[in-house]
Ligand binder design. Sequence first.
Ligand SMILES: Cc1ncc(C[n+]2csc(CCOP(=O)(O)OP(=O)(O)O)c2C)c(N)n1
Ligand SMILES: [Mg+2]
Length: 442
Amino acid sequence: MARSRISQQSLLRLFRRPTRTLAPINNRKVTSEKSLSVDATPEQDQIFTQQKQNEEVQQYTELVRDFLDPADFYRSIRNIGIDFFCGIPDSLLKNFCAYVTAHADRRKHVITANEGSAIALAAGYHMATKKFAMVYLQNSGLGNCVNPLTSLTPPQVYGLPMLLLVGWRGEPGKRDEPQHMHKGYVTPGLLATVGIPFQVLPDYKEGAEQALYDAQQHMERSSSPYALLVRRQTFLSYKLPKGEDTYHLGREEAVQTVSSILNDYDVVVATTGMLSRELFEYRARNRQGHERDFLTVGSMGHASTIALGIALSKPSRQIWCLDGDGALIMHLGALATVGETAPGNFKHIVINNESHDSVGGQPTAARHGTFDIPMAAKACGYREAFTAVTRDEVLAGIDRLHSLPGPVLLEIKTNRGSRKDLGRPTRSPQENKHDFMKFLSQ
Ligand SMILES: Cc1ncc(C[n+]2csc(CCOP(=O)(O)OP(=O)(O)O)c2C)c(N)n1
Ligand SMILES: [Mg+2]
């Protein structure tokens, strides 16, 4: 009797809102491991497996895993008076970010150009309203925040409170990609160094409420930021509808089309996220080797300036930067530097899917009807900049970029989305750098 009561409590604790957030999983009949649906994402499969394990452990509550419902967490945040959200999305926060996108007032949710801007926005919001804003970000974005977190928000300067929700990629002890491991390791130390108290966000409602209470107390008493670190798979799933495909190509098809007509001697610098992974797979499939591609696995927004450094020093080579709209916008000022230095061998391709597709598909400013990438490039001094939508236009566009003196830019408008079985580079960043430098020296 007691045994079944505890088990039911555990399950209730785990799946408080099954019909809303877990419908596709709970609707499946649990018969065996094989009952996992082929349509389920790896994340759904993992939660499903965990649900099954939770059923099996019965009274051993210490083996039960909790998940935080984004709806509960959002309500708890609202309960401490926070109703303004801004930041840059992260894969660990994607379910929560999707919930915010679907439920927050549109004027009270802003996806900024970069994480530093989000800190500034939250600072302005606080001065205008006396309220606290929430800034969400991946820990990679802490780098972009260091300046405002040390010269704007501290009590020693202006004293501007805000709540940071930080996705903890590369948390020590968890498997992750190389670019996240170091940042994950230094994340607590970095927060401590800039003087921001923090705690890990508990994965159950009451714990999360206590953490929010602690944050509120700190922000009120010290008038400065507080951070919650979010571990992998803290949240239950919440998805936004994908929406209609309005363009001809997907990002992967665009990357393949571009790569298929570059010359063997051309140098490629690819941006952060799935684009680099798609390029890596394309080379592997075509047995082309990876030495001509520098994969900017971290440092989002800096691929074009890395490419610029190469272009200025290797005038006899064509340097192609394969960029994303989110990355371009994150450090839009790079366009001005390229325009000013104007290397003739600099060829910029921006795959514009109007979203941060690699981390959940949240919109970038490129979705705004009046945002015009070619116009911005030309205003910054690019010699030519234009848009392609179909495969033929892309092929013709690359031909044109080959013949025109740089800096020149081709925007390729694509749909959102990626392959579920997309792999990860099997060469380490160090190996990539080594091969790439050898290729550059040829
Ligand atoms: C400084 C920083 N902030 C956030 C991230 C997380 N992140 C990785 S890829 C990505 C989206 C990139 O968007 P875009 O350049 O448009 O490429 P897409 O994924 O759409 O192909 C984000 C936000 C990061 N790696 N670094
Ligand atoms: Mg994008």
